[in-house]
Design a protein around this ligand. Structure first.
Ligand code: UD1
Length: 418
């Protein structure tokens, strides 16, 4: 296993290219199940989660070729509708294959994902929605067994779950008649999925609002699509810039995907400049505490909460952070405390009292975004070395993060643990 070693204190400067969004690519790959002709995705990030989805689809017989930033997917050789426990337990997004399998083949057998570090994360909204479309669902030995011809329906989600919205859109593309989904997620990744499916011949309107209408079609063809930039990766680099009193431009990210987040960065005192496909953040004169509440899009993203907390741990004044999307998403706190932060957690609220500085320490990554928070904390720490273990969590969502931070002036390297 690898470790990441950081000696903090250096302000980050210059420009970093943002990769394609992991959370957009995963459902796009699953959507290729619906396509009866080959599909090509551009701007695909090279990440462990993408390899896991590649393995799931390949095991079902799909031909997947991933070279450079291109991925070619051809479902014509698919011969299985099963996603096994061994792969689904590694990554919840594997569950995205359920909707397209049902839509295309009228049956699917997909392992239940189980809990994860940031909460119980049930799949009840996915299953309720697919049942409303006419699927018969049984839970057998830890697997969801679903079958049936789908018919359009009017469905209101109990909560705007991103994954459930994606699963239902994909299933409804091949349902007979019209499906109206309300209280759906409005994330940019949903819009990207709808655009791709429409390229394949689907008839989806309203993506990006809370009401999506899908007119079912008999078949979907092939097509090409370029994945949107990763707003969470962009936000992480911008936070690292501000936290180190640096000046960084991210290229390949759309500012309108980060409006609530950028508003909070500005409120803290950072200077933000927005250009075509690029965002610059700098904070030469320090920054102040701000209060944040995570919400579904367009609110402040839960996937940037941990990294923002790391930055706020050295802000002037007090910040109150409320986590409203997941039940236990403060995994980073115990490790930040070991680095000298002053944070108190009460239920879903954290009170962060800014300290003058952090000090490097050995810490352990626990989930993807909590690990990114530890990287930012390590970059802040003016004394000592931060050694982050279990970095496979970081590799799930950030492509060669240490090389790209190094290019921005950070003293960071990866070593083999042992
Ligand atoms: C996606 C993102 C993840 C992000 C999250 C919220 C991917 C691959 N992952 O995850 O990075 O943090 O959106 O922006 O895109 N819930 C239920 N029942 C359900 C489904 C969800 O109770 O059937 C709850 C979850 O436990 C959670 C909340 O709804 O508390 C939000 O989950 P959801 O939006 O579904 O997140 P994911 O799609 O899993």
């Amino acid at each position: 296993m690898d470790k990441i070693l950081i000696r903090g204190g250096a302000p980050l400067r210059c420009t970093v290219a943002i990769r394609g969004a992991k959370n957009a690519t995963l459902p796009l790959m699953a959507a290729a199940i619906l396509a009866e002709k080959p599909c090509t995705l551009h701007n695909v990030p090279c990440l462990h989660d993408i390899f896991t989805m590649d393995k799931i689809l390949s095991d079902m017989g799909m031909a997947v070729e991933f070279t450079g930033r291109y991925m070619h997917l051809d479902s014509s050789s698919m011969n299985s509708v099963e996603a096994p426990y061994d792969l689904v337990r590694k990554m919840r997004a594997s569950f995205f294959v359920l909707g397209p399998l049902l839509g295309r083949f009228g049956k699917a057998r997909v392992s239940l994902p189980g809990g994860c570090a940031i909460g119980a994360r049930p799949v009840d909204i996915h299953l309720k929605g697919l049942e409303a479309l006419g699927a018969t669902i049984r839970i057998e030995s830890g697997y969801v067994e679903a079958e049936g011809a789908l018919t359009g329906a009017d469905i209101t989600l109990d909560f705007p779950s991103v994954g459930a919205t994606e699963n239902m859109i994909m299933a409804a593309c091949r349902a007979s008649g019209v499906t109206r989904l309300s209280n759906v997620a409005r994330e940019p990744e949903i819009v990207d999925l709808a655009q791709f499916l429409n390229t394949l011949g689907a008839r989806i309107s309203g993506a990006g609002t809370d009401l999506i209408t899908i007119v079912g079609v008999d078949a979907l063809s092939g097509g090409e699509h370029t994945v949107i930039g990763d707003r969470i990766e962009a936000g992480t680099f911008l936070l690292a810039a501000v936290a180190t009193h640096g000046d960084v431009t991210v290229q390949g990210a759309q500012s309108e995907h980060l409006t609530a987040f950028l508003g909070k960065l500005e409120e803290s005192g950072a200077t933000i400049e927005i250009g075509a496909n690029r965002i610059r953040a700098k904070a030469a004169n320090g920054f102040e505490g701000v209060d944040i509440t995570t919400q579904p899009f367009p609110g402040f993203p839960t996937d940037l909460q941990a990294q923002m907390m790391a930055m706020l741990s050295v802000a002037q004044g007090v910040s109150i952070i409320k986590e409203m999307v997941f039940e236990s998403r403060f995994m980073q706190v115990a490790e930040l405390l070991r680095m000298g932060a002053d944070i108190e957690v009460d239920g879903n609220t954290a009170v962060v009292r800014g300290v003058k500085n952090l000090s490097g320490a050995p810490v352990m990554a626990s989930d993807l975004r909590a690990s990114a928070a530890l990287v930012i904390a390590g970059l802040i720490a003016q004394k000592g070395e931060t050694a982050i273990s279990r970095v496979y969590h970081i590799d799930r969502g950030y492509e060669r993060i240490e090389e790209r931070l190094c290019a921005l002036g950070a003293d960071i390297r990866r070593v083999r643990e042992g």
